[in-house]
Design a protein around this ligand. Structure first.
Ligand code: SF4
Length: 194
């Protein structure tokens, strides 16, 4: 697979920039193996930020993308869509968290910048090993088998049943209830365990 990695380092206003020298991180990334393009931007998840990624994928003929910004919980899908809109498989993308795991928890700018560099380097090494993936849809039977009729199994079976799906609960003992049935009373209410 061709190696043409693009690295995008977000400043998140001052959320990241206050504690991480993003220009330095982008400059460092430029010298990593496979990296052909590296830049910073104030708000990478904004429309112009996403457009910047889309355009760079096309214009720089990027084959892999790393975005260093916040938690993937926030914007992994946003950036995966931007990468796809540029014409690249969305799984040739890695997101590196330099906000929650770096700028928000460290207050020495030099150390936090060095950590961001490490995280970006790990992201680049990882993305170089990524393979394109395609999402497939397969039919499933919306029915569940829960093995074990203790408290956890019973509650799981009830939750699934309440969501409207048939459940089969399997228990090897003669009765359900698991360890709970061996207890007399439960603290602090002293309710009868059974
Ligand atoms: S991508 Fe994340 S870190 Fe960057 S501006 Fe948006 S919320 Fe902030």
């Amino acid at each position: 697979m061709k190696k043409r990695v693009g690295v995008f380092v977000c400043q998140c206003g001052t959320n990241i920039e206050a504690n991480v020298d993003t220009e330095k991180v982008a400059e460092y990334a430029r010298n990593l193996p496979g990296v052909v393009y590296s830049t910073t931007y104030k708000y990478m998840c904004s429309d112009p930020g996403q457009e910047m990624i889309r355009n760079a994928v096309k214009e720089q003929q990027l084959q892999q993308v790393v975005v260093a910004s916040c938690s993937p919980r926030m914007h992994e899908n946003t950036f995966r869509r931007a990468v796809e809109a540029g014409g690249l498989n969305g799984y040739l993308f890695e997101m590196v968290n330099i906000r929650e795991q770096d700028s928000w928890v460290h207050h020495d700018r030099g150390e936090a910048t060095r950590k961001a560099m490490d995280l970006v380097r790990m992201g680049v090494m990882k993305v170089l090993k990524n393979k394109p993936l395609n999402i497939s849809t397969i039919p499933i039977t919306k029915k569940a088998l829960v093995v074990g009729g203790g408290i956890a199994g019973m509650q799981t079976a009830l939750d699934i049943a309440e969501a409207g799906h048939p459940v089969i609960l399997v228990e090897k003992e003669a009765s359900i209830g698991g360890k709970m049935t061996q207890i007399d009373k439960t603290f602090p209410t002293m309710d009868c365990a059974a």
